[in-house]
Design a binder for this molecule. Structure first.
Ligand SMILES: Cc1cc2nc3c(=O)[nH]c(=O)nc-3n(C[C@H](O)[C@H](O)[C@H](O)COP(=O)(O)OP(=O)(O)OC[C@H]3O[C@@H](n4cnc5c(N)ncnc54)[C@H](O)[C@@H]3O)c2cc1C
Length: 472
C-alpha cells in the first residue's frame, strides 16, 4: 500500500456522499464511484428512481448533514425547499387522531429528492480530497475474508477493468447492494437478513400549488390506522421547491393505490379523511402518476458476523432499508456516516476499526428499524422473516406502550416533543420518555382532549382556495 491513504466509496447517493465527506477528514484521498452518469444539476437520474416520490428529511438527519457540510440547509432553503416546523406546520391525522399544532420542537426539510441529492453531492464534491466519478461499473472487491484492499471497476464507455487499491472501501450502493454476494465469494458465512414486507406500493403526482400556498403551507398527511385489521391507505401532501405540492399515496398489500390519474383522484377520497382530496381539487397537475414498490423493510446484520474483513464498511440502504412511509432512510444514512466518522476519530485506521464501525452502524439503524417494523407487522398479509423479540414475543406489550404514547402525543405538548424527538431520529426513546412531565402525561392519557377535525387554519384553507368545513 502506498503512503497516501485512500478510501473508495461505492455509490454517490446520500449515504455515499456523506460517508465521503466524513472519510475526507481521515484519509488523504476519497474516490466515489457510481454507475450513473451524474447530472450537474438537481435533475432526476436512473440510479435513484425513488426520487420521483416524497422524501422528507427529518431534523435528526438534517442536523447531521449540516454539521458535516455547513451551509447545506441554507442552500436548500435558498433553492426553494420548505422548512416545516414540527408539529407547528403539520396537519396530520395519525392512526390515533388529529395532531395538535404545538410550537415547533423539531423540523423537517421538504424538497424534491433530486434537489436534496444534488445539493449534498455538489457541496461534498467541492472538497478537493474527494473525486466523484460516474458512468462506472463496480466489478468486485479485492482482498480476502480477513481484509478488503480495494475494488475492481470498469468505466462504462471504455471497457478496461482497472484496480483501485484502498485502505477503506465503503459500500453505499443502496437496496440492490451486491456486497452480500461478494462477501460470500470471499468465504464469509451467510449474513442474517430480516424482512418485514407490508407490500406497500407508492403512487406520486406533482401539482402546482395555488398561488397563496406556494411560499408556505403545512405538510398535510392522512395515515392509516395500523390496528384496524384492514390494508393501510395513506396520503401525504408535501410542499416542495418551485411552489409545487408533491402528493404521495401509499397502500399496503390489498390496498395499493392505482397508477392512473383517475384512480389516483378516486383513491384520495378513500383515505380516512378527504382533506388532501379537497386541497388538490383546485391545484393544477404537473405530472402523471409515478409508481414504486421498493418499500420492504430489509435489514442485513453485518454487525453480528463474528469475522469481518478489515477495510470494509457497509452503509445506508445497503445495510438497512426501511418502509419509506416513515421517512427514515436518509436520516439513518446521515447518522451512520457520522458514526463512521466518530469511530475513525476514536480508533484511527487500524485492524478492527471496520468491524467497530459496522457495529456502530448496526446500533444507529436499530431505532428506525424498530419504529417502522413494529407498525408494519400489524398489517394483513405482511411477509415477516425475523426473530427480533420486539416483533415477536414482546410485540403486544410494546404495541400497548406505542398506542399510549401515540394518543397522548396528539394533545400533550411534552409527550409530543418526546415522540417527535424519537421519530425525527434526534434522540433515543429511553431518554425521551423518562422526563417527569412526560411520564405524568402518559399516566393520565385517557383524559386528553383531542382535536376533532383537521387543524388547518382558516387562512390556510383560504390560501389553498379550499372551503372551510362547517363547524371549523
Ligand atoms: C419510494 C421511496 C420513498 C422514500 N422516501 C423517503 C423519505 O421520505 N425520507 C427518507 O429519509 N428516505 C426515504 N426513502 C429512502 C431513501 O431513498 C434511502 O434511504 C436513501 O436514498 C439511502 O441512500 P443510499 O445512499 O443508501 O442509497 P441510494 O440513494 O439508493 O443510492 C445508491 C447509489 O448507488 C449507485 N449504485 C447502485 N448500484 C451500483 C453499482 N453496482 N455500482 C455503482 N453504483 C451503484 C446508484 O446509482 C445510487 O447513486 C425513500 C425510498 C423510496 C424507495
Amino acid at each position: 500500500m502506498s503512503e497516501t491513504t485512500r478510501a473508495v466509496v461505492l455509490g454517490a447517493g446520500m449515504a455515499g456522499m456523506l460517508a465521503a465527506t466524513t472519510l475526507a477528514r481521515h484519509v488523504d484521498a476519497v474516490t466515489v464511484l457510481d454507475r450513473d452518469r451524474l447530472p450537474g444539476d438537481a435533475d432526476p437520474r436512473r440510479g435513484v428512481p425513488q426520487a420521483r416520490h416524497t422524501h422528507v428529511l427529518w431534523s435528526g438527519g438534517a442536523r447531521v448533514i449540516e454539521s458535516l457540510l455547513p451551509g447545506t440547509t441554507d442552500r436548500l432553503l435558498d433553492a426553494g425547499a420548505h422548512r416545516i416546523g414540527l408539529p407547528e406546520d403539520l396537519v396530520s391525522l395519525t392512526a390515533y387522531g388529529w395532531q395538535r399544532r404545538f410550537p415547533e420542537t423539531q423540523f423537517m426539510i421538504a424538497a424534491s429528492r433530486s434537489l436534496l441529492d444534488w445539493t449534498v453531492r455538489d457541496r461534498a464534491g467541492a472538497d478537493p480530497r474527494i473525486t466523484v466519478t460516474g458512468d462506472t461499473d463496480i466489478i468486485g472487491l479485492r482482498g480476502d475474508a480477513s481484509a478488503v484492499t480495494g475494488v475492481t471497476y470498469k468505466p462504462r464507455r471504455e471497457g478496461t477493468v482497472s484496480v483501485l487499491d484502498a485502505d477503506v472501501v465503503v459500500d453505499a450502493t443502496g437496496r440492490g447492494s451486491p456486497v452480500k454476494r461478494w462477501l460470500a465469494a470471499l468465504g464469509l458465512p451467510p449474513v442474517q437478513e430480516d424482512v418485514i414486507d407490508s407490500g406497500m406500493a407508492y403512487a406520486t403526482r406533482i401539482f402546482r400549488a395555488p398561488p397563496g400556498a406556494r411560499k408556505k403551507f403545512p405538510l398535510v398527511s392522512v395515515y392509516a390506522d395500523h390496528r384496524a385489521g384492514v390494508p393501510g391507505r395513506n396520503g401525504i401532501l408535501l410542499p416542495i421547491e418551485d411552489g409545487r405540492w408533491m402528493v404521495t399515496l401509499s397502500g399496503t398489500r390489498g390496498g395499493e393505490p392505482p397508477t392512473t390519474e383517475e384512480g389516483f383522484t378516486a383513491y384520495l377520497r378513500t383515505l380516512r379523511h378527504p382533506l388532501i382530496a379537497d386541497l388538490v381539487e383546485r391545484a393544477e397537475p404537473l405530472t402523471g402518476v409515478q409508481a414504486s414498490r421498493s418499500t420492504a423493510n430489509r435489514r442485513l446484520y453485518y454487525d453480528r458476523l463474528v469475522e469481518w474483513p478489515d477495510g470494509l464498511v457497509v452503509l445506508g440502504d445497503a445495510v438497512a432499508a426501511f418502509n419509506p412511509v416513515y421517512g427514515h432512510g436518509m436520516s439513518a444514512a446521515a447518522l451512520s456516516a457520522a458514526a463512521l466518522g466518530a469511530t475513525l476519530a476514536e480508533r484511527g485506521l487500524r485492524p478492527g476499526t471496520a468491524r467497530a464501525v459496522q457495529r456502530a452502524v448496526g446500533a444507529v439503524v436499530d431505532t428506525p428499524w424498530s419504529l417502522g417494523t413494529s407498525q408494519d407487522i400489524c398489517y394483513p398479509d405482511v411477509l415477516a422473516r425475523t426473530d427480533d423479540p420486539r416483533l415477536t414475543r414482546h410485540a403486544a406489550q410494546r404495541r400497548a406502550q406505542a398506542d399510549l404514547i401515540g394518543t397522548a402525543a396528539l394533545a400533550d405538548a411534552a409527550v409530543c416533543a418526546a415522540a417527535m424527538r424519537v421519530n425525527t431520529l434526534s434522540g433515543v426513546a429511553d431518554d425521551a420518555f423518562q422526563a417527569p412531565e412526560v411520564r405524568a402525561a402518559l399516566a393520565g392519557a385517557a383524559a386528553l382532549d383531542l382535536p376533532d377535525g383537521p387543524t388547518l387554519s382558516d387562512d390556510e384553507y383560504a390560501a389553498a382556495r379550499t372551503a372551510v368545513p362547517a363547524g371549523h
